[in-house]
Design a protein around this ligand. Structure first.
Ligand SMILES: COc1ccc(C)cc1NC(=O)Nc1ccc2c(c1)[B-](O)(O)OC2
Ligand SMILES: [Zn+2]
Length: 267
């Protein structure tokens, strides 16, 4: 496995990432299995507050590992506040991008698990500490640099808000493709409850930086099998490559807790 050639296959998957990214065996790796009974209710934890109202997406792309919706970083947009704050966070963290992890068929595909239960997919809304750091890249390597909101997706009724994304996926079938994707607001992908678990962790993909304060919502949203099927029409490969491998099972399994405490915002 050379350089940054990593994936989710037999040869280049999560169990071999440590060869190029030794931090894979670090003390605050993600995801983890969340054991609700062992979570510590912290009555000092305020609720999280999301200000996505001015959220302006700019494009959707296939990076060979997932499908990513980038937030517009133009002067006008970056002055608008699209932030998460409260909860375990010292200050407001600015939304940078969001993306998904999903399975093949059935109900596995999430990265975090809850008492061993897997979900069909997991949405990650990635925010960075713009109050303290001057760029995402700088924040991405700092212990308090990133805050990622994790939302579980489970199979059920169709989620209307997801259709704008699933209807665009055919445009980014191949690794390295990008297309305009404007004015999408991820508010429509949030569950009704913002009850959460929080713990100190890492990126779940190389470079696996240990810079993430994880905030995982307890309530999943429902998506239809048909909608999930559209994610699986994406490919890990670029159009030039011979190989055509469906993009699915792009999740890292749970990692050792190594003494960390998971806090709950609720009793
Ligand atoms: C090659 O990748 C990089 C190069 C340089 C920098 C500064 C950052 C990255 N990667 C990065 O931020 N990934 C990343 C960021 C956030 C999340 C995840 C991955 B996830 O765990 O899947 O969910 C939350
Ligand atoms: Zn992710």
């Amino acid at each position: 496995m050379t350089g940054n050639q990593w994936g989710y296959g037999e040869e280049d998957g999560p169990s071999s990432w440590y060869k190029d990214y030794p931090i894979a065996e670090g003390a605050r790796q993600s995801p983890i299995n969340i054991a609700p009974e062992e979570a510590v209710y912290d009555h000092g934890l305020p609720p999280i507050s999301l200000h996505y109202d001015n959220c302006t997406s700019t494009n959707i792309s296939n990076n060979g590992h997932s499908v990513v919706v980038d937030r517009c970083e133009c002067d006008r947009c970056s002055s608008l506040l699209t932030v998460i704050q409260g909860g375990p966070l010292e200050n407001a963290y600015r939304l940078k991008q969001f993306h998904f992890h999903w399975g093949g068929k059935g109900c596995h595909g999430s990265e975090h698990t809850v008492a061993g239960k897997t979900y069909t997919s997991e949405l990650h809304l990635v925010h960075w500490n713009a109050a303290k750091y001057s760029s995402f890249a700088e924040a991405a390597v700092a212990p308090d640099g990133l805050a990622v909101l994790g939302v579980f997706l489970e199979i059920g009724d169709e989620r209307g808000g997801l259709n704008k994304i699933t209807d665009s996926l055919y445009m980014v079938k191949f690794k390295g493709t990008v297309t305009d994707f404007r004015d999408f607001n991820p508010n429509c992908l949030l569950p009704s409850s913002l009850k959460y678990w929080t713990y100190p962790g890492s990126l779940t993909t190389p470079p696996l930086y240990e810079s993430v304060t994880w905030i995982v919502l307890t309530e999943p949203i429902c998506v239809s099998e048909k909608q999930m099927g559209k994610f699986r029409t994406l490919l890990f490969n670029s159009e030039e490559e011979e190989q055509r491998t469906r993009m699915e099972n792009n999740f890292r399994p749970p990692q050792p807790l190594k003494g960390r405490t998971v806090r709950a915002s609720f009793k």
